[in-house]
Design a protein around this ligand. Structure first.
Ligand code: SAM
Length: 311
């Protein structure tokens, strides 16, 4: 190949061998293949990181971090000197083309978020989608995830689950969204801020009825707690906490399929209550899920009851 036809060299060789330090021992990291490496990091306990994640972070040409301060704390703990590039909602659209060009030039970039698995309620979706479309290899370095950690300790069925992420902050929009989830036949998983957890539990109880629920807080950290109960009992417990703190995953059991055989009077009472705060469609979904009665029949009755209501 002539000199002129050679592709430009975009990757400067590292002057010192990349390494990481764990348990006081320094390990040299082998080079990693070019591409975008999606690396999961701890959700609290810094010990929860794989050797492969450490080696990948050490050997990458750069680490794309949601918040450089958070990631530099992790890197300092493990003696990793890889350069950091901020990649977050404020600069993602601007720097994404440059990152794609770097990857096309043969770079190995690692994407991390502040905690857990990138892209799960965290930045990275567009970068992965665009890089994949550009033919760049996307490599998974899996590890901690608040969703899976919570599911694994909750004691609710895990054969089917639905991850909703964060619900809307305002109660009316939140109740509408919860109603849309009412018939899902699996465990529901939500992220929530400590400030809103009590309100959200109250809305979940109002819309879904008193299903089994679990509140997993500060997983892997010093004040880790897993509280099991019903939506109503957990809502009451949290309402009594003056200054709730900590990171929270909420889990809600699936609708009870053995329920059903609701009397006509009970059906009407449930529908009237649901219609106080929900649209006809949402009220029908919720009551159908709660009662086990066919949605179409419940919807027809909801239309009748809504028409009877005073303007
Ligand atoms: N990508 C992350 C993951 O895979 O775990 C989740 C990021 S999301 C922006 C942050 C939310 O995850 C928090 O608000 C909380 O709901 C949940 N979370 C994160 N760490 C947690 C922990 N240690 N215990 C309980 N929930 C946690």
């Amino acid at each position: 190949m002539s000199q002129a036809s050679q592709p430009p060299k975009l990757i400067a060789p590292k002057s010192i061998a990349p390494s990481y330090t764990a348990f006081g021992l320094k390990a040299e990291a082998e080079s990693i293949r070019p591409g975008l490496h999606i690396v999961a990091t701890p959700i609290g306990n810094l010990g929860d990181i794989s050797f492969r994640a450490l080696a990948t972070l050490a050997a990458a040409d750069a680490i794309l971090a949601e918040d450089k301060r958070v990631t530099s704390h992790l890197l300092a703990h493990y003696g990793i000197a890889t350069p950091l590039v901020g990649y977050h909602e404020h600069n993602a659209a601007i720097i994404r083309p440059r990152l794609i060009a770097r990857l096309q030039g043969g770079a190995a970039l690692a994407l991390v978020s502040d905690a857990g698995t990138p892209l799960i309620s965290d930045p990275g979706f567009k970068l992965v989608a665009e890089a994949a479309a550009a033919g760049i290899e996307i490599i998974s370095v899996p590890g901690p995830s608040a969703v899976l950690a919570a599911l694994s300790v909750a004691g609710l069925p895990t054969d089917r689950f639905f991850f909703e992420g964060f619900l809307p902050p305002r109660s009316a929009a939140r109740r509408t969204r919860i109603a849309a989830l009412a018939t899902i036949p699996g465990t529901l998983v939500f992220f929530e801020s400590p400030r809103r957890a009590a309100e959200t539990l109250a809305d979940l109880a109002a819309v879904l009825g008193d299903r089994p629920a679990v509140l997993a807080r500060e997983l892997t950290k010093r004040f880790e707690t897993v509280r099991r109960g019903s939506l109503g009992s957990l809502a009451e417990e949290l309402a009594g906490e003056p200054d709730p703190k900590g990171e929270i995953v909420l889990l809600v059991g699936a609708p009870d399929e053995s329920a059903g055989q609701m009397s006509g009077a009970d059906l009407d009472a449930s529908l009237r209550e649901a219609l106080e705060t929900l649209s006809v469609k949402d009220a029908a979904s919720v009551v159908s899920a709660r009662s086990g009665l066919p949605r179409r029949a419940v919807y027809a009755r909801a239309v009748e009851l809504a028409a009877e209501r005073p303007e």
